[in-house]
Design a protein around this ligand. Structure first.
Ligand code: CDP
Length: 215
């Protein structure tokens, strides 16, 4: 079973993906971490994420240590990741790896769930279930603000919102694999739903679509 889960930043994809993976015994791949790892390493090595040649070289030589970088979840990395993600050669280098994970999940798993921006449209267009999680910009920015605060940071509310708005724009307006729901995706607006309500709605949808039962 392959589940494609797409949507903008802080729509709740990460939490939902982890819970679905446990419920249906699926291996989970957070594809955003690949773009973050490329953006982070480009910055760490003193280059501009908009430098296509350099970013493509990094994407073609991504190492496990890059994905384990402690700075992966910072806002600076988020910004860099959406800049490198607009470069077609970067995306091309990460595509086969993602498809391979979906086709050959680690032993013992019944399938895979991949979360990102283009899983249902480009990476796994034949996924058994396609989900698109969204929420208002205000709700998502508030979640990210609280997340950064919980991690001990001192974020500025309007800066978090502005940064998210420009990342939304970059992700939705790029020519290659822009953020958008697949035509056959189940679209859920989570602005007024908590994680349990989202999970319950999606489990019902997955069971209905696939005939599978959660563990
Ligand atoms: O965690 P958050 O939702 O803030 O972002 P993420 O999922 O870690 O993704 C970081 C960035 O990577 C996004 O803003 C996109 O630009 C890019 N991305 C992408 O282009 N395609 C994907 N399948 C996943 C992420």
């Amino acid at each position: 079973m392959i589940i494609a889960l797409d949507g903008p930043a802080a729509a709740g994809k990460g939490t939902l993906a982890r819970r679905l993976a446990a419920a249906f015994n699926l291996a989970h791949l957070d594809t955003g971490s690949l773009y973050r790892a490329v953006g982070r390493r480009v910055i760490r090595e003193g280059h501009d994420p908009a430098d296509a040649k350099y970013s493509i070289a990094v994407a073609s030589d991504l190492l496990p240590v890059d994905i384990a970088d402690p700075e992966l979840r910072t806002e600076q990395t988020a910004r860099a990741s959406s800049i490198v993600a607009a470069i077609p050669g970067v995306r091309a280098n990460l595509l086969e790896w993602q498809r391979n994970f979906a086709r050959h999940p680690p032993a013992g798993a019944r399938g895979a769930i991949l979360d990102g921006r283009d899983i249902g449209t480009v990476v796994c267009p034949d996924a058994d279930v396609k989900l698109f999680l969204t929420a208002s910009l205000a709700a998502r920015a508030e979640r990210r603000f609280e997340e950064l605060r919980a991690k001990g940071g001192d974020p500025i509310r309007h800066a978090v919102l502005d940064e998210m708005a420009s990342r939304d724009r970059r992700d939705s307006e790029r020519d290659t694999a822009p953020l958008k729901p697949a035509l056959d995706a189940f679209v859920l607006d989570t602005s007024d739903l908590d994680a349990d309500a989202v999970f319950a709605a999606v489990v019902a949808h997955v069971e209905y679509r696939t005939g599978a039962r959660r563990a």
